[in-house]
Design a protein around this ligand. Structure first.
Ligand SMILES: C[C@@](CO)(OP(=O)(O)O)[C@H](O)COP(=O)(O)OP(=O)(O)OC[C@H]1O[C@@H](n2ccc(N)nc2=O)[C@H](O)[C@@H]1O
Ligand SMILES: Nc1ncnc2c1ncn2[C@@H]1O[C@H](COP(=O)(O)OP(=O)(O)O)[C@@H](O)[C@H]1O
Length: 313
């Protein structure tokens, strides 16, 4: 076929613990990642010229070779030059629904969708592990975006173990439209403040013991214990983002007072989410936080947790 449409869901972090730094400059993590049904739509169209083109109406999204969707297509083209030559170029249209630079993996999920789409368009027949390897080359969160659902992510975030689905739950997300937190800044600031507590050897017994910290959350998910899941939400990056971004801290406190199952910043922020048992509860909390903080540039979204990664439609 000459065109494909894909749904690329956002993620939230239910748990993010930084264990130490790694020889490759990244951080060793233990995360629990969760897809939500807030998603971008990616349309791929075969074009006659031997080129990769990206279009997106959202001015915040780069349309050049720095776009992660472009980089995904380039990676495939470089790995399979004979297919690129045979099938010609591709136009990538991104309908952006996921807020940009929000800690919701918007760029990563667009890249994952391009991998899946080009695998079909250029008839590559890649296996899931092959797609996962390519995804890891594009970014730490891209492998999870490909697989989706609920998963424990270790290493720099690319090693995945699936967990049972939590798709009966909802979230309210809130983000100031003009506020972005740089992911490298968040990790570097964390390193400069907490680096002395890092465990140097990721394979040591001490590091393994740290990984067990996430155990209660994993158990709560296995037991489908919503109350416990809400209480055990955790994110080390809050320690550097909240003190530096007072408006995110204020948002976080407003959510805390709202009576949700739990509340947390997602990834490197600045999106804050509240976990809710039903859509009605999510709408109630949204209205309550909206009343508590009247800021015209504060955006809200209600979304359901999802068991899906990239889907072809
Ligand atoms: C913080 C998280 C939590 O899920 O998500 P976001 O807030 O970006 O959504 C991720 O760790 C972000 O993943 P992703 O955005 O794919 O990161 P990458 O492109 O691989 O790396 C961006 C930068 O983050 C830092 N980084 C990332 C991952 C990691 N395990 N250790 C790091 O130190 C590095 O400085 C790196 O240069
Ligand atoms: N397809 C894309 N969608 C959104 N942002 C992108 C994309 N490609 C590259 N970017 C760049 O990546 C940066 C991080 O955006 P995003 O992936 O949405 O957030 P996060 O890494 O916080 O989850 C943005 O500042 C943007 O310039």
């Amino acid at each position: 076929m000459r065109s494909y449409s894909l749904i690329a869901p956002a993620k939230i972090n239910l748990y993010l613990e930084i264990i130490g730094d790694r020889a490759d400059g990244y951080h060793e993590l233990v995360m629990i990642l969760q897809s939500i049904d807030l998603a971008d739509k990616i349309d791929l169209r075969a074009i006659g010229t031997q080129s990769i083109q990206v279009h997106c109406e959202d001015a915040e999204v780069p349309q050049d070779d720095s776009n992660l969707a472009y980089r995904a297509a380039k990676l495939i083209a470089d790995n399979f030059p004979e297919r690129f030559a045979q099938f010609g170029g591709v136009e990538i249209n991104i309908k952006k629904n996921i807020p940009v630079a929000a800690g919701l993996a918007g760029g990563s999920t667009d890249a994952a969708a391009v991998l899946v789409g080009l695998d079909m368009m250029w008839q590559l027949g890649l296996t899931q592990p092959e797609l996962q390897d390519l995804a890891a080359k594009l970014g730490s969160d891209v492998p999870f975006c490909l697989a989706g659902g609920t998963a424990i992510a270790t290493g720099r975030g690319e090693e995945l173990d699936p967990l049972p689905s939590l798709d009966s739950l909802y979230v309210v997300l809130a983000k100031y439209r003009n506020l972005a937190v740089s992911t490298p800044w968040a990790y570097q600031t964390y390193r400069s403040q907490f680096g002395d507590t890092y465990i140097r050897d990721a394979n040591s017994l001490e590091a393994r013991a740290h990984r067990v910290h996430s155990g209660p959350m994993v158990q709560a998910i296995l037991n489908d214990n919503m109350g416990e899941i809400g209480k055990l939400l955790y994110n080390d990056l809050e320690k550097v983002v909240l003190p530096n971004y007072p408006e995110v801290l204020q948002l976080r406190k407003a959510f805390e007072r709202s009576g949700a199952l739990g509340t947390m910043m997602s990834g490197s922020g600045p999106t804050v989410f509240a976990l809710c048992q039903s859509e009605g509860e999510a709408q109630r909390i949204l209205q309550e936080v909206k009343r508590a903080i009247s800021a015209p540039d504060l955006g809200f979204w209600v979304s359901r947790l999802s068991k899906h990664g990239i889907q072809v439609i």
